[in-house]
Design a binder for this molecule. Structure first.
Ligand code: DQA
Length: 147
């Protein structure tokens, strides 16, 4: 059975409270619950980790090697700053889909650049909590075609 690791970066633990006008009112637990249901429908295994710490995310990506066939990641603000997360994803070469709740290209200029996008299969940005569900679907369809 395909196994997918979902990584949530910094401040995503605050979803529901945090800038609801930008990120909506759905909590991280609710997003994980929706993804669990979606994974059941798709017939894949799914695991979750949220961390506010770059190194913890790097360790999780390294630990995914030979354990998970795909990574779905919302790197949060590390999207725009982290060469380390990009290098870890490139290093383990696990197919990755990048997701964002907000449309990062409609926001401040500093959010327009992603260090992750060039090493990801693709990016889904701007559909609120649905970005995760759409990202999981895109990742699993990609894996089923290629593995
Ligand atoms: C985000 C967008 C980032 O720019 C921001 O730093 C986040 C959340 C999103 O899901 O829209 O923390 O990744």
């Amino acid at each position: 059975m395909l196994s997918i690791l979902v990584l949530h970066g910094p401040n995503l633990n605050l979803l529901g409270l945090r800038e609801p006008g930008v990120y909506g009112i759905v909590t991280l637990d609710e997003i994980n619950h929706q993804l669990t249901q979606e994974a059941e429908k798709l017939g894949v295994k799914i695991s979750f980790l949220q961390s506010n710490h770059e190194g913890v995310l790097v360790d999780a990506i390294q630990g995914a090697y030979s354990q998970h066939q795909g990574i779905l990641i919302n790197p949060g603000a590390y999207t725009h700053t982290s060469v380390a997360i990009r290098d870890a994803l490139a290093g383990v070469a696990i197919p990755t889909v990048e997701v964002h709740l907000s449309n990062i290209y409609r926001r401040e200029a500093f959010r327009h650049h992603s260090y992750i996008a060039p090493i990801a299969i693709g990016q889904i940005s701007g559909f609120g909590s649905d970005s995760y569900r759409l990202g999981l679907l895109a990742l699993v369809e990609h894996l089923k075609k290629t593995l």
